[in-house]
Design a protein around this ligand. Sequence first.
Ligand code: FAD
Length: 281
Amino acid sequence: MNVLLVFAHPEPRSLNGALRDVAVAELTAQGHDVLISDLYAQNWKSEIDRADFPALAKDARLKPGAASSEAFAAGTLTDDVKAEQEKLLSADVLILQFPLWWYTMPAILKGWVDRVYAYGFAYGVGEHSDRHWGDRFGEGTLAGKRAMLIVTTGGWEQHYSPRGINGPIDDLLFPINHGILYYPGYDVLPPFVAYRVDQLDEKGFDLIADRLRMRMRTLATTPPIPYRQQNGGDYLIPSLQLRPELGDPGVTGFGLHVDCSANRLSTTADILPMARSRQPT
Ligand code: FAD
């Protein structure tokens, strides 16, 4: 498979840099071709502004969505953005790797998403009507490909557990997994998270590296998180609310959008705490 790893850490000698090398070595040993977008090394421009739309008239009011749509359709997006889009189209698997900063991805990676996910490429795709609300959440340009996160945190695993003060890690990562990866069609694998890494010693590193190698070996076979497809019948259109008869009674929030119906639960319960915590006891 072709794997694209988008790396967002400013220091190559960091723990994240070392884990990236572990992942790449294992993927290469498995026969995969790996391409890295090293955002800091590329000096990636993270903010959307006028410079992103060179064809926009100087006196035109900048509307980012409309400008993105026109530039994508006309092929006038900037070369750095076009290059990343080409990489996404060529890759069978996308990995986003980053340290958790303020409970989410570093700004440079968010800016990569903002700019690369153009209108017509990642959103604004497909029929948009009262019957079909665009090709998204399970459908879209990147459907049929896999994606996953590699994340490191300073906080402990318990801090990110269902009753932990930071909130469950699946909830914190939901806007990325569901909103950024599932939205344009990716099958999203459970994230690889290394917790409490700030005082990591060599032994701790070896344990994390072993876990990561295992995830890289099973990239093609790990069952994805069973998010519900937007246009698969589970949602009312156009309100896009989950049908009242679906989902466990009393469950609200992000967990509703994971399909824990019996035939799918067995494949995910062991790997996704969000699904496991909702099984009947
Ligand atoms: P590094 O600092 O590079 O390394 C961590 C440790 O690993 C070091 O002690 C290093 O010696 C050791 N190590 C062991 N083996 C190796 C090896 N082979 N190579 C390199 N290092 C090794 N945490 C949270 O939980 N939630 C947050 O919201 C959050 N927000 C943050 C916001 C900011 C702006 C910052 C700077 C940190 C934040 N943190 C947060 C902590 C952050 O997530 C961790 O510091 C980060 O994940 C550590 O990853 P790193 O690659 O930077 O580690």
